[in-house]
Design a protein around this ligand. Sequence first.
Ligand SMILES: C[S@@+](CC[C@H](N)C(=O)[O-])C[C@H]1O[C@@H](n2cnc3c(N)ncnc32)[C@H](O)[C@@H]1O
Length: 293
Amino acid sequence: MSSIATKLPQLLKWIGNKQRFAQEIVEYMPEKIDTYFEPFLGSGAVLGELSNIKFNTLTPSTTYNQAIASDALNELIQIFEFVKKDLDTITDYYDRHITNYNDDKANSYLEIRERFNTTRNPLDFLLLTRTCYSGIIRFRKSDGYMSTPVGPHKPISPEEFRNRALYWHQILQDTIFLNTDYKQAMRMAGEGDLVYCDPPYTHSQTIIYGAQGFKIEELFKEIEECKKRGAKVMLSINGKRKSGKEDIGVIPPEGLFEREALVNCGISMINRLQRVGKTMDEEEVYDKLLLTW
Ligand SMILES: C[S@@+](CC[C@H](N)C(=O)[O-])C[C@H]1O[C@@H](n2cnc3c(N)ncnc32)[C@H](O)[C@@H]1O
């Protein structure tokens, strides 16, 4: 693969994001993609990597004509819309609320969280992803209240955020963002298209938004339909842990996927969180990448 001029900086802090493995995942993609679909966008690490290659590499190893990025979480999609179309509004908002954030972190955070829970302003959602504990976006089941506590870290400076947002703004111009369920998005894919799925499904991710109601069998059905229409599909799913001794993967219907790859993820962030104080020796989580072609 040709080397990229600049490494893509993370726009959002997001638990379970694929930033560290995005390059490896992109390497499995076909050379030419008509429309690239990413129906479980999250922080968009894979879309970002693919777009970064397209715009900053002289001879991209893989490229697409257009991208359709979607997620069921409306406020998340709105953040990407701001980054794409209205950079000043989002960077000014970050500047205004983060400049003095550290003077009284605990209260500043609670103020942002309360405001978000009252108004559902996507700009406050951006602030929450950058300041909450470990980028865990957790909503209370009973009433949808975003309940994650404050993170102990110092959020990135307004100047740093401005630089990152500008970078993403430049590479996202030919991406269409949609707030929709993955099924609707996947039904648009056909011949020549690629769908990359990173669903909220693993045994350890039930704290992630959307994971509780998610049924992998329904996703398998949509993948099957995509395949029938001539679209290629890639699916990321948790592979193994405890140095390969315990398989935590799922078993897909026979014949649905043609190939699989293990992308080494090191130690899973979620496992680390749940096991504070316990030894992590021997634990290794792989991301399994399944391909329909
Ligand atoms: C594991 S995360 C994706 C992480 C992403 N690959 C990244 O690098 O940040 C799964 C995403 O699926 C979204 N999601 C959950 N249920 C969904 C559904 N039914 N339809 C579409 N998106 C959904 C969540 O909001 C979350 O952003």
